[in-house]
Design a protein around this ligand. Structure first.
Ligand code: B12
Ligand code: SF4
Length: 482
């Protein structure tokens, strides 16, 4: 069955520079999403993962296109019309977009039956068989996709089965074959920069403002084990960091090639190695790069010295995961391993050094009472970061919290469309789902409708952003707060 994939399409239709076999067209798709962050706060940024895969494929001679349907908003028939020349179609998944990805896979496979459909991304990496059970999914890629996708494309191009492609679970003669895990990419500097030129850059925006912001990933992996997070299992517990030179090369490239004015580092914990951050800062200053940037940090991997250094190299915003003001929930249940004292110090020092702070808070743990949640809300207001993000605890597959909830029957639904962090999907012993939703909305109102916040935004001339936030808060519909 697999041997027919390329024979009919690639070899005949596509002629190109690759070699005697011709050039396969690989299509990568980011399905549309209706999650709160994207739809309500208009947060649309390029999908780095797909751009990395595209870049590696292209570097190896394949033709690649990316359809980012979060911003393209194409109807599925139109997508099918555009991708008819594809030999492999790869679709990315997160938990809230999993069902949409399946819908795409089904329609594409029905219309283009010779196409090899592979799903990748965090959701299917943890629940591969939930996708493979459908006849329209040919394979699932576990974890990092750059080289798995490349080897898969090479096999398909040669009319071979994906046998032996590490990181891939696929179907052959009606059987599911697990090729085993692929080692994580050790040397991230060896990766080409993401193929952003394949994306409709003019369509990205943050809070309605056109994208001069570019995301960057300067490291992968996290050694911590917070129970609500699957990152450390997904990209590995070993922190794999790009060198300072390579990171700043990309910053410079983004600026020169795409006019980037702002870079948002999406690393799980950008500041895990203080030494590396210092080197990045020195490199940015040494090259006189005029670019501002943001990153995320744990409150215990930063200090005032580093904050000052980061400020001097253009950092203007740090995202801290605070999560809960109840030590029992924060450390016994979430295993975040930080103290509220560290939170207060980190936020205070960051603000004193004129760097904006965004703090995230989670409500809705099973054993959390309304008083506990109120304590977190009050703490967030007292802490007074520049912006606060409140979410409802969501048990994502792969996390400890998911495993426990599934075992104990605490999942309110397994419809992954609901796993957006804005809807209660986990049982709480004291509050109804409706009460939790209401409380989330209350958190946003209490934080953002404070005169202190509004005056600050006016003073900082952030009127447009403030207006957008307030508009979204006041005019959102239903209970889907995010
Ligand atoms: C940046 C980011 C965002 C950006 C998205 C930018 C974008 N357009 O992609 C924004 C802010 C919009 C966002 C939104 C949300 N996010 Co987010 N986000 C991240 C973050 C920090 C980095 C993602 C990233 O760029 N990674 C770098 C690249 C290299 O990795 P990657 O994308 O995973 O891709 C690799 C592999 O997955 C694989 N792969 C991926 N796709 C495919 C496809 C194929 C065919 C193949 C073969 C391989 C493959 O290969 C890629 C290269 O190695 C991650 C945390 C993390 N460490 O991953 C969270 C993360 C992905 N987000 C998460 C969540 C929960 C959300 C929201 C629900 C939050 C909310 N409350 O609304 C929304 C949902 C968005 C959605 N549509 O799914 C969770 C997802 C959990 C889950 N199981 O779904 C994560 C893991 C954070 C966490 N630790 O829990 N997010
Ligand atoms: S929440 Fe942050 S520190 Fe904790 S495991 Fe996830 S990425 Fe690591």
């Amino acid at each position: 069955m697999l041997n027919t994939f390329c024979k009919t399409k690639t070899f005949k239709i596509i002629i190109g520079k690759r070699d005697e076999l011709g050039v396969c067209m690989i299509t990568l798709i980011n399905p549309d999403s209706n999650t709160e962050v994207l739809s309500k706060l208009d947060f649309k940024t390029p999908p780095i993962g797909l751009a990395y895969i595209a870049s590696v494929l292209r570097e190896n001679g394949f033709n690649v296109r990316i359809i980012d349907n979060v911003v393209e908003k194409l109807d599925l028939n139109e997508i099918i019309r555009r991708i008819r020349d594809s030999v492999v179609v790869g679709i990315t998944t997160t938990t809230p977009t999993f069902n949409t990805a399946l819908k795409y896979a089904k329609k594409i496979k029905q219309a283009l039956e010779n196409v090899f459909v592979v799903l990748g991304g965090i959701h299917v990496s943890f629940l591969p068989y939930s996708a493979l059970k459908y006849e329209f999914v040919d394979a699932v890629c576990i974890s990092e996709g750059e080289y798995t996708m490349l080897e898969l494309a090479e096999k398909i191009e040669r009319g071979k089965s994906p046998e032996g492609v590490k990181g891939l679970i696929y179907k052959e003669n009606g059987k599911i074959v697990d090729n085993g895990r692929r080692d994580f990419i050790r040397d991230l500097d060896s990766l080409p920069f993401p193929a952003y030129d394949l994306l409709p850059l003019e369509k990205y925006s943050i809070l309605g403002q056109k994208l001069e912001h570019f995301p960057m990933m300067s490291s992968r992996g996290c050694p911590f084990s917070c129970r609500y997070c699957a990152s450390s299992l997904f990209m590995g517990k070993r922190f794999r960091a790009r060198s300072a030179e390579n990171v700043v090369d990309e910053m410079e490239w983004l600026q020169d090639k795409f006019g980037a004015k702002y870079i948002a580092f999406s690393d799980d914990t950008f500041t895990l190695s203080k030494k590396r951050v210092e080197k990045i800062c020195n490199e940015v200053k040494g090259r006189c790069l005029d670019v501002e940037w943001s990153c995320s940090s744990r409150v215990d991997t930063i200090n005032e010295e580093l904050i000052k250094k980061m400020k001097s190299a253009g950092c203007n915003c740090i995202y801290y995961g605070v999560e809960s003001a109840n030590p029992k929930i924060l450390n016994d249940y979430y295993r975040k391993k930080i103290s509220l004292g560290q939170v207060t110090t980190a936020v205070k020092k960051t603000k004193e050094n004129d760097i904006q702070t965004v703090c995230s808070f989670i409500i809705g743990a099973p054993m959390e009472t309304k008083e506990d949640m109120m304590k977190t809300l009050k703490f967030s207001i007292k802490l007074n970061p520049d912006y606060a993000q409140y979410s409802i605890l969501t048990p994502y597959p792969g996390t400890e919290i998911y495993r426990e909830a599934k075992e104990k029957g605490w999942l309110l639904t397994e419809n992954f469309d609901e796993y957006t962090c804005g809807k209660p999907v986990l049982k709480n012993f004291y509050l109804t789902p409706r009460e939790i939703s209401k409380f989330l909305r209350y958190c946003y109102m209490r934080f953002y409708l404070r005169p202190r916040f509004i005056f600050k935004e006016i003073k900082n001339k952030n009127i447009k952003i403030m207006f957008e936030i307030i508009k979204k808060l006041l005019f959102r519909s239903g209970d889907d707060n995010g």
